[in-house]
Unconditional design. Structure first.
Length: 606
């Protein structure tokens, strides 16, 4: 029975993931990494049944094999575009791993995104650094996207799938696409579609006698890899190479790097045809030992024969074609993605079970601020019973005075989420800073950008990079065009799920809190395909005037209303003058049933 040495440092991968299976093959990465595909292929080809386990780094993988905690491993050593993977050779040397076979694997990278994603909307590309280097030309054509290095192609694809954000894509294999249910946004992304990587399959030097890698028959073509350094003098490299040439040994690869810490000396990575057991190779190695300053024989292994594995059968897409596809839309409009012509039928959002857009009239209700568990739960039940389908409530409040109630913060967010779950309603809450975006998005269904932040462009970009729907309120002194340009920021970062909201603007009129600009509704609906809501509460600021403005907003063609409701308005910690009682809200809801919404004819956009 094969004795396993428990791993040090708490690494118990083989105990937890494989039960009592005898043999294990390890690779660096997660499902879908090229290393896993290569290792799986090698084992299948040789009829070896061994479970494969992914480890976080090449070093951990090499340590596992060297310590006989794993019976086989795989190490990349070269890429046809980028060159030697020095870490690979160095680990082979340092851990004294025994190479048994070489595989050349076509690295046919595809740009993968979530369903519904489009190439022109991609803003971030995740990939292994080697892959980023292989795809340099493609990535420089994607000038609106940032490249983000990550551990391996499997992790890149997995993160894209988990995030669900159409603005984030991964460079990975078509296999990773099917594992993580991603779609191809571009094919053949490497600088040359013929590119491939070389991998070595390795085993421990002192291994279990039943390890099937010990009994692999040698194929016709063998290769040997070495690392050496030579004295720093004229002709020393030529002398070493002459040793090979004189023995009719065909060199396959030669690459040098500085020998750090050894002056101007250099280290050479060399591969050549032949097996260390062949008489001429054995003789050459003996001669090199005398000629070279240092020499590490990595070993001899079955060479890959024929074309690299994997095919690239679709004709490579011309770069110009790709660049045309990904160029920003050519338009004179300052908001090409938001304008009606980008989506003439109009955008329909699905938020939980709630639809938002043409033909729908969505009522969102709740307090200005979440104040307590009891307050938000009682309001949620009351508004839901009376016809609201979404729940609002501020947890981070933009208050004019720093001494006014600032909201309950994350506690308020949790309470709002709890009330949403209790009533089955999706939730809406305001994000004030970039660092709140991700955490808010993990708990709340719609991120509100408040009037005071409508032109906080960095915040707009941050919600644009997140997949959650955004409720964008019109700024206190913003024109309709400025509201549309603010929405464009969000769409241009890859998030198409935006709802515009008219909430009143500053005018000279001071009889009302703001002037609810209902004329913005038909204008926005004509200029943009995005849904338009109205917030009469902040628009008028006085409880008894909210009702007529709700009616007017529906009549003028709003897709929904945002209404503040409180169990006890005079006690509300913010916006008490405009909050409705539950009864007021019920009356308005009944009233609205009798109002017909104006269905705007589709008007061509100028
Ligand atoms: C709110 O909805 O409570 C709010 C603060 O809105 P606005 O940003 O429109 O003032
Ligand atoms: Mn408010």
């Amino acid at each position: 029975m094969h004795e396993r040495v428990p791993a040090e440092g708490g690494d118990s991968f083989f105990l937890s993931s494989k039960g009592n299976r005898d043999m294990t093959a390890v690779y660096q990465g997660v499902d879908g990494a090229y290393s896993q595909l290569v290792l799986g292929h090698f084992l299948r080809e040789h009829g070896i049944e061994m479970p494969t386990v992914g480890l976080p780094s090449f070093r951990e993988m090499a340590t596992a094999v060297a310590g006989s905690r794993a019976d086989a491993g795989v190490i990349p050593i070269e890429n046809a575009i980028v060159g030697t993977v020095r870490e690979g050779y160095d680990l082979l040397a340092e851990f004294d791993l025994v190479p048994v076979g070489e595989i050349q694997w076509r690295t046919d990278h595809r740009l993968l995104g979530v369903r519904g994603a489009e190439l022109r909307d991609v803003r971030e590309v995740l990939a292994h650094p080697l892959v980023l280097a292989e795809c340099g030309t493609f990535l420089s054509g994607l000038d609106h996207a940032r490249a983000i290095p990550c551990e391996d192609t499997g992790v890149a694809a997995r993160e894209v799938a988990r995030g669900g954000n159409p603005a984030i894509a991964a460079l990975a294999s078509p296999v990773a696409a099917s594992i993580y249910d991603l779609i191809e946004l571009a094919a053949h992304c490497s600088d040359d579609p013929r590119t491939y990587s070389r991998f070595l399959i390795v085993r421990p030097r002192h291994t279990n006698p039943s390890n099937p890698l010990l009994r692999l028959p040698k194929s016709g073509k063998r290769k040997t890899s070495l690392i050496f350094s030579v004295e720093e003098r004229t002709g020393s490299l030529a002398g070493a190479l002459a040793i090979l040439a004189e023995r009719k040994i065909n060199g396959d690869k030669l690459e040098s790097k500085p020998y750090l810490g050894h002056g101007t000396e250099r280290v050479f990575y060399v591969d050549f045809d032949g097996d260390a057991d062949d008489a001429n190779v054995a003789d050459a190695i003996a001669a090199l030992r005398t000629e070279c300053k240092t020499l590490t024989v990595i070993g001899s292994y079955d060479a890959h024969v024929g074309e690299p594995i994997g095919r690239n059968d679709d004709p490579p897409k011309a770069l110009v074609e790709l660049v045309r596809e990904i160029a920003p839309p050519v338009s004179d409009s300052p908001f090409p993605r938001v304008s009606r012509s980008a989506n003439p039928p109009g955008t329909m959002l699905q938020i939980g079970s709630v639809r938002v857009g043409d033909g729908e009239f969505t009522i969102v209700a709740g307090p200005c601020s979440v104040e307590s568990r009891e307050q938000i739960l009682s309001t949620a039940h009351a508004v839901s019973e009376r016809g609201a389908v979404m729940l609002r409530g501020g947890a981070f409040k933009p208050r004019t005075s720093p001494y006014a109630f600032q909201g309950l913060g994350w506690e308020g967010v949790s309470l709002l989420a709890e009330a949403g779950r209790a009533t089955g309603m999706p939730t809406v809450s305001e994000v004030m800073t970039i660092d709140q975006v991700e955490r808010m998005a993990s708990q709340i269904d719609v991120l509100q950008i408040g009037a005071r932040n409508m032109q906080n462009f960095d915040l707009l970009k941050a919600v644009g990079r997140c997949g959650r729907p955004v409720l964008l309120k019109r700024g206190l002194a913003a024109t309709i065009d400025e509201l549309l340009a603010a929405a464009e920021y969000i769409l241009s970062e890859g998030n198409p799920n935006v709802i515009l909201c008219e909430r009143g603007i500053r005018t000279y009129e001071n009889a009302t809190r703001n002037t609810l600009d209902l004329s913005a509704v038909p204008v926005l609906r004509e200029r943009s395909h995005l849904p338009v809501w109205v917030d009469p509460s902040h628009g008028v600021g006085v409880r008894r005037w909210v009702r007529p403005l709700c009616r007017a907003a529906k009549a003028v063609g709003a897709h929904g209303l945002l209404i503040e409701v409180h169990p006890n308005p005079p006690e509300a910690k913010s916006d008490k003058d405009q909050a409705l009682t539950f009864d007021d809200f019920g009356t308005i809801m009944r009233d609205l049933d009798r109002i017909e919404t104006w269905s705007h004819p589709q008007v061509p956009v100028s």
